[in-house]
Design a protein around this ligand. Structure first.
Ligand SMILES: C[S@@+](CC[C@H](N)C(=O)[O-])C[C@H]1O[C@@H](n2cnc3c(N)ncnc32)[C@H](O)[C@@H]1O
Length: 286
């Protein structure tokens, strides 16, 4: 089980510590912990109903080309898609099995009323949607993430892809949905926030081929959690969820399979690539 002694004190109440799994890294306050490993295995270590929110950006399995693509998003060099083996395509059956395995555990460990956010492209989000329904999550919204400065379609063979979908779902149909509705309304200038989130992708100084922009995590975390809540990201990547959760005063557990990304997350959480700066403003900050 996850070593709860290394988490913040109140987190220890929520997690079982029978079988110890040591974290790869934890921050000095003990409020963010990173585990190096496969989430399909590690998620089984968490007790039922122990997590307040999950953010997941799983592999899209759309990477078939092996082409070396020129980056346009500010990264220092080109991205050799052959290196990102975790993004390689899988058969449809294997994709269903993969999403079913981790989402079943995700549902089990979420508290009643708590929510999960799962991102995907047109390659992957259909499978995720069907699996969420099969597992009897209650889908609340399909949030469209519109990247205003998305790169063009290089080959001119179809439309320029400027969106991703993020499904927002509740554990099941029981309990009150954990949703800071009024806060999000106030962030949105006093009008109800829509399921279309538009943003500009900003440059960062590190290398990860699929990092999410912090503003997306900022919205999701503010909407679906409160201070000191425990958030989990089973596909941590460059650690954006932990970085933003920490900045917003939440506790966070990250899981990442690739060792080099774990090193990056550690550096990022230690401030090597800059400190967290909140972008949203409200009267009473939550
Ligand atoms: C799309 S990226 C996540 C990016 C992240 N949201 C960010 O902002 O940096 C998916 C990540 O999941 C990791 N991954 C893939 N399969 C995994 C597994 N079974 N367990 C844990 N991590 C996994 C990959 O190494 C990759 O870093």
């Amino acid at each position: 089980m996850i070593d709860t002694n290394l988490l913040a004190v109140d987190c220890a109440k929520e997690l079982d510590n029978k079988h110890i799994v040591n974290p790869f890294y934890r921050n000095s306050k003990g409020t963010v912990q990173l585990f190096h490993g496969d989430c399909l295995m590690l998620l089984k270590n968490y007790p039922d109903s122990s997590v307040d929110m999950i953010f997941a950006d799983p592999p899209y399995f759309g990477n078939q080309s092996g082409l070396i693509m020129k980056r346009t998003d500010g990264h220092a060099d080109s991205f050799n898609t052959q290196k990102a083996q975790w993004a390689y395509s899988k058969t449809l059956g294997d994709q269903f099995d993969f999403h079913f395995a981790w989402l079943r555990e995700a549902k089990r460990i979420l508290k009643t009323g708590a929510t999960i956010w799962v991102t995907g492209t047109y390659h992957s989000i259909g499978v995720v949607n069907v699996v969420l329904q099969d597992l009897e999550f209650k889908i609340l919204n399909d949030i469209i993430l519109h990247k205003r400065n998305a790169p063009p379609n290089f080959t001119g063979s179809c439309f320029r892809a400027v969106t991703e979908t993020m499904l927002w779902a509740k554990k099941d149909c029981y309990g009150k949905t954990k949703f800071n509705y009024s806060l999000m309304k106030s962030i949105n200038g006093g009008t109800q926030m829509k399921s279309l989130w538009e943003y500009w992708a900003e440059k960062n100084g590190f290398r990860h081929p699929a990092t999410k922009q912090p503003i997306i995590l900022e919205y999701a975390i503010l909407a679906g959690s409160n201070k000191n809540d425990l958030i989990l990201d089973p596909f941590a990547g460059s650690g954006t969820t932990g970085f933003v959760a920490n900045g917003l005063g939440r506790r966070c557990i990250l899981i990442e399979k690739e060792l080099s990304y774990c090193e990056l997350i550690k550096e990022r959480l230690e401030g090597k690539y800059g400190e967290f700066r909140r972008k949203t403003k409200t009267e009473g900050q939550v």
